[in-house]
Design a protein around this ligand. Structure first.
Ligand code: ADP
Ligand code: ADP
Length: 225
């Protein structure tokens, strides 16, 4: 697995400082939540870790190697967005296989890995359907399978449960926790929901207005604040 170092990272958009001198050390296998209200800089920080947004200042490293020095295809980062972002014209099987097609994984191995990823999220029976034929919770599980199929070393989740109803949110929380326990992937989870952060994380970073105010285990943050 992979550790993630965020050192004195700042991101400015014109006059707005979205992320202000944030340092975080995320150990291998950790489930780290970035918890804070809308606009506090969570998505901006995640986008810089994913590598789709440049830092204004500071450094982000995986296993102590600066991400700038790691070629994109070797970064092994999986990402799940709030709105799933599935391809509507592709079957569930092909949505999940997309990242493997991009990496030119041979057909036989592709089939096996797609099957494995679908079974991790318990969607084997829906492989031939299309996204709009699935419920929101099922679509979110497809997005998760699509991120996991490339066997990422780091998994980034941006409010992945926020579009689900309360019952599904709870179910998915249990699934996410089980997956993390089984696979041990270093996970960074963006949420504004204290209960989610409390139930899922091994570490919580509480953010406000672009800065990390507090870091600790859920117990340290919520029981002895
Ligand atoms: P969160 O994910 O916690 O809701 P964001 O990271 O989306 O917060 O946003 C943090 C701040 O940066 C907000 O003030 C937001 O308006 C601003 N911001 C985010 N992205 C951009 C952008 N591309 N251009 C300008 N301002 C942005
Ligand atoms: P979030 O769900 O994290 O709060 P937002 O709805 O704030 O996300 O932002 C959605 C998208 O719009 C993001 O890609 C973000 O970078 C961009 N964005 C946010 N605020 C601004 C802004 N003030 N100017 C330009 N782009 C922005």
């Amino acid at each position: 697995s992979t550790s993630v170092q965020i050192e004195h990272v700042t991101k400015r958009f014109g006059n707005t400082t979205a992320v202000n001198d944030v340092s975080l050390n995320i150990k291998s296998g950790e489930f780290m939540s970035l918890l804070g209200p809308s606009g506090c800089g969570k998505t901006t920080l995640l986008s810089m870790i994913l590598g789709i947004l440049d830092v204004t200042d500071g450094e982000i490293s995986f296993n102590a190697t600066r991400v700038d020095d790691i070629p994109m295809h070797k970064r092994d980062v999986g990402m799940v967005f709030q709105n799933y972002a599935l391809f509507p014209h592709m079957s569930i099987r092909n949505n999940v296989g997309f990242g493997l097609d991009m990496r030119k994984v041979p057909k036989k191995e592709r089939e096996k890995r797609v099957e494995d990823a679908l079974s991790l999220v318990q969607l084997e029976t829906l492989a031939e359907r299309y996204p709009k034929q699935l419920s929101g919770g099922q679509q979110q599980r497809v997005a998760l399978a699509r991120a996991l199929v490339v066997r990422p070393k780091v998994l980034l989740l941006d409010e992945p449960l926020s579009n689900l109803d309360a019952k599904l949110r709870k179910e998915m929380r249990i699934q996410l926790k089980r997956l993390h326990q089984d696979l041990g992937i270093t996970t960074i989870y963006v949420t504004h929901d204290q209960e989610e952060a409390l139930s899922l994380s091994t570490q919580v970073a509480v953010m406000s207005q672009g800065v990390v105010q507090q870091i600790g285990t859920p117990q340290e943050i919520f029981l002895h604040p």
